[in-house]
Design a protein around this ligand. Structure first.
Ligand code: ADP
Length: 503
């Protein structure tokens, strides 16, 4: 359906609605004024009554017609007809009364203004209606009563009212057209935006998918190599960076799936305490290396519940890795959990750098990283975390004091375990949860304190001097290895997070 047809349909529907209001008003208004006739024109009150009742019956019939498909189809003609009938009805009253001296002429003006202001007509029908009403009034009274000067004055008034009413109709019609065009433009922009969003999501999904396969083909053989040579730092670095890349790709894929509603929560029997414990254990070596006190509270007191353990593990893993990333040496990270009634919650809090009050609202936005975020990252983790929590019927809140630390609390519904789901999902859970812990280890390996050995070559004493500044430990080790045979080097291993390197 093209825009002009849509506009015509919309206008017709509006005209039907307004006509019904006016007709219903007419059905009530005309009888309500019967007592007035006995005051203004007692001699002809009975004949005016016949006109009034005739109009009421006609309005009722017109009203009925607006509920038929034919009536709705010809609503323009119908609306002009009933408006004309009303104005001519008043013209008949002036004719029955004293001709051009009769005050019933005011009724014609009221009908003109009322119809043109409330009915969504165009200029043509409005002008015809006003002209016919005026000519009807003039003709009837000329024939019945002859010319008088008052008649000239009233005709001039009627012509004036008709012109104002027609102009208003025209301006209203233009206004409606303008509003319609604006809505059309907005709808088109929205559709384009949605199409763009879908294309972007598809693109992300395709790219992520295309990246996953080669990554798996790289990581699989690397794992075999690491099994044969467990101490090889280069293989270890390649593997942990590969897993990090895989995690970022999976985050993008999950977000893309969430956007098109293709990511679902698959509840299974799981022990939230075990999931959190597994993550904490995976993170402990990193915490020890970084001098962070990692504490758990209440993890062994949680009941088994129905939840999607992989998704909840991703949530907790993101919060835990952030807490460790943004907490300096000597700090403390606490993972606490509890259950009460129909809810259970866990909280990851730290004594880290904290988040500024004006940033806290935005940290759940995609790609948003707080001002001066010192640790590496993409700004995707919390966005995915938030969406996964909501997908599991929970909610996440953050509180933070800049310079003192942050706390992220996830509240989840406690769902008692039913046996059917348990059988269906038990196998998968085991495999994928352990994969999540591995991913956490890999993620944390980037947050500083990597143990990749830096190979130093033997550059001649007079070789140029190079200062290398790089916060990624693996990349630093790699570049040092490459340059140290040709240049004399100086590098600073892992300066304190939050402090700018002093070159
Ligand atoms: P990323 O960590 O990859 O940058 P996230 O979405 O996980 O992305 O986090 C978004 C931002 O929120 C981070 O860049 C950081 O500025 C801030 N943030 C998240 N967790 C913490 C925390 N525990 N302490 C301080 N800042 C945090």
């Amino acid at each position: 359906m093209d825009a002009s047809t849509r506009f015509a349909d919309e206008q017709r529907a509006l005209l039907v609605e307004r006509s019904r209001w006016l007709l219903a008003f007419g059905v009530l208004f005309f009888p309500a004024n019967i007592p007035l006739d006995h005051i203004v024109a007692p001699d002809i009150a009975s004949r005016v009554l016949v006109v009034r009742l005739g109009l009421v019956v006609a309005f009722a019939l017109f009203l009925g017609a607006t509920y038929t498909s034919v009536g709705r189809h010809f609503i323009r003609a119908v609306s002009v007809a009933f408006a004309l009938l009303a104005s001519l009805g008043f013209a008949v009253c002036t004719f029955l009364h004293t001709g051009f001296d009769s005050t019933y002429v005011v009724g014609i003006m009221l009908v003109m203004l009322g119809s043109c202001f409330s009915l969504p007509w165009r200029l043509g029908p409005a002008a015809v209606f006003c002209a016919v009403s005026t000519v009807g009034y003039l003709g009837l009274n000329l024939v019945g009563h002859g010319w008088s000067d008052t008649g000239l004055a009233w005709v001039a008034f009627l012509l004036g009212s008709g012109s104002v009413a027609s102009l208003a109709t025209h301006l209203n019609a233009r206004g409606r057209q303008w509003q319609f065009d604006q809505r059309e433009e907005l709808a088109q922009a929205k559709a384009e935006l949605e199409a763009l969003g879908e294309a972007r999501t598809r693109f992300f999904a395709n790219v992520s998918h295309e990246l996953r396969t080669p990554l798996m083909l790289i990581l699989g053989p690397l794992e075999d190599l690491l099994e044969d040579q467990p101490g090889d730092a280069v293989f270890a670095s390649m593997w942990s960076n590969g897993v990090r890349l895989q995690r970022q790709v999976e985050m993008l894929l999950d977000l893309a799936c969430l956007e098109v509603g293709r990511l679902e929560s698959r509840p299974a029997r799981a022990d939230l305490g075990d999931v959190l414990e597994g993550l904490v254990e995976a993170a402990r070596p990193h915490a020890e290396r970084s001098g962070i006190d990692l504490v758990v509270i209440g993890l062994d007191e949680l009941p088994a519940s129905l939840l999607d353990p992989e998704q909840i593990e991703t949530v907790a893993g993101n919060l835990l890795s952030n807490a460790l990333k943004f907490t300096p040496e000597g700090g403390r990270v606490v993972v606490e959990a509890s259950a009460s009634g129909e809810m259970m919650w866990f909280e990851v809090r730290d004594t880290g750098v904290g988040i500024a009050p004006d940033e806290i609202e935005r940290i759940f936005d995609r790609f948003h990283r707080a001002r001066g975020a010192t640790a590496p990252g993409t700004g995707l983790g919390l966005a995915l975390t938030c969406e996964l929590v909501e997908l599991n019927g929970g909610r996440i809140t953050a509180r933070s004091v800049e310079g003192e630390g942050s706390a992220f609390r996830v509240v989840l519904p406690y769902r008692p375990v039913t046996m059917d789901v348990v059988h269906a999902r038990e196998q998968t859970v085991e495999v994928e949860v352990s994969a999540g812990s591995t991913r956490l280890e890999a993620l944390l390996s980037d947050a500083g304190g990597r143990t990749v050995k830096e190979e130093h070559g033997t550059a001649p004493a007079d070789a140029p001097h190079i200062l290398l500044v790089e916060d990624n430990a693996d990349l630093r080790a790699f570049v040092v290895g490459q340059l140290s045979r040709t240049y004399r080097g100086e590098h600073r291993l892992g300066w304190r997070r939050g402090a700018a390197p002093n070159p």
